[in-house]
Write a protein that binds this ligand. Structure first.
Ligand code: GMT
Length: 373
């Protein structure tokens, strides 16, 4: 198959999933063209059959807002024509789905199938904004196939933007060999002083991640136990969070690691993973933690209950209930046997339900189905 994959290259789950999928497809024999405005951070171009195409968005004095969606559609047309692509698979509906549908129209009569994967904020935060709603719905409904990363996101797409197309749920995935505590050694433990326990949070520090709740939970736990917080990632709320921990004089126990490409090297060896998000269509970082045998403390919203089983592989709480989250964290941190068993079961479930081999085959089924029409 000859496939183009289009995504955002920045730190964030949709870019990670798109890039990992591109690499997996290329590794198993497909010809894959990754299209984005910058090199995605997890892309390994050493892989054969995988080519990166940069979308260049020229700036003219006339443009306060350069039209990225048009430059993207133009790049899709150029790549599809030259390489005789079978299909383009876009990750994140806004504006990628519309660009792909436009590219398909420009290419006519050359066929180009369009597969759109919805990731979350493209529906729950951006796509349902009245300023984007009509074009988002159009891009989704005109796609040849639509997938969503969880049942919760599928439901939200129908409820929030009244999409009438069939939506197939294809969950996110991990490569179990990569997120394997056994292979990775100490990981998070290298930040520990003595025998303090380690709590890790990974996100893009957007308001939806509620990183101040992470710090609040940590402060409550720290009153009772020797514990360290590792904050991985960067984004708009980071300065606010840093200011808060300075005001509370707890910065010595909190390490801001920033963005890291090999997040597994921090996850391995952690005692708990904390993700108190306001909303989360899936929570890829929680799955990565589970694969590294780290129990997850998170919220019972969106797709998170489809990833984390309450009481078995982690604990789910109401959004903002930092007291309950802290009590749950303390219970697990004080009970090594239970915590380690939860971590082990997390890895088993991650592999059973979300391993790369299995999920890539689900995407391949979607491709074969649209190509046979
Ligand atoms: O969470 C973000 O802000 C980034 C966003 C993205 O587009 O990368 O993440 C969304 O897609 C991920 C991959 O499918 C999911 O794991 C995240 O849960 C989802 N984020 C939200 O729904 C808030």
């Amino acid at each position: 198959m000859k496939i183009a994959i289009s995504c955002y290259p920045t730190f964030g789950g949709s870019g990670v999933v798109a890039t990992e999928l591109a690499m997996a497809l290329a590794a198993s024999g497909d010809e894959v063209h990754l299209i984005s405005y910058a090199l995605p951070f997890r892309l390994d171009l050493v892989a054969a059959r995988l080519t990166f195409h940069e979308v260049v968005v020229p700036h003219y004095p006339l443009f306060d807002y350069p039209p990225y969606s048009l430059a993207l559609a133009t790049k899709m047309v150029e790549v599809a024509r030259h390489y005789q692509l079978d299909l383009v698979h876009v990750h994140y509906a806004v504006p990628n789905a519309v660009s792909a549908v436009l590219a398909r129209q420009i290419l006519d009569p050359q066929p180009l199938k369009v597969v759109t994967t919805l990731h979350g904020t493209d529906i729950t935060l951006v796509g349902n904004d009245p300023n984007y709603l009509e074009t988002t719905r159009f891009g989704i409904e005109k796609s040849d196939a639509v997938t969503a990363v969880s049942e919760a996101l599928k439901k939200a797409t129908i409820e929030k933007i009244s999409v009438r197309s069939e939506i197939i749920v294809v969950p996110n995935f991990i490569e179990p060999e990569r997120f394997d505590r056994g292979r990775l050694g100490g990981g998070a433990r290298s930040w520990a002083k003595g025998d303090e326990k380690i709590i890790v949070h990974v996100s893009n520090f957007r308001p939806v991640k509620r990183v101040l709740d992470v710090v609040e939970v940590f402060h409550r736990v720290r009153r009772e136990l020797a514990v360290r917080l590792l904050l991985v990632g960067d984004g708009p709320d980071r300065a606010k969070v840093e200011r808060h921990c300075r005001e509370c004089d707890t910065c010595d126990d909190i390490t801001f690691i920033g963005n890291v490409a090999l997040v597994e090297q921090v996850l391995a060896g952690a005692d708990l993973f904390l993700l108190p998000s306001e909303t989360e269509s899936f929570g890829l970082s929680a799955l990565e933690a589970m694969s590294c045998e780290v129990p997850v403390i998170t919220t019972n919203v969106g797709g998170l209950p489809e990833v984390v089983d309450h009481g078995e592989t982690g604990l789910l709480f109401d959004v903002g209930d930092t007291e309950a989250m802290a009590n749950g964290a303390l219970e697990l941190l004080r009970d090594d046997r239970r915590r380690l068993a939860m971590g082990r079961l997390g890895r088993v479930r991650a592999i059973e339900r979300f391993s790369e081999d299995r999920v890539v085959e689900l995407y391949r089924d979607v491709y074969n189905s649209v190509l046979s029409r």
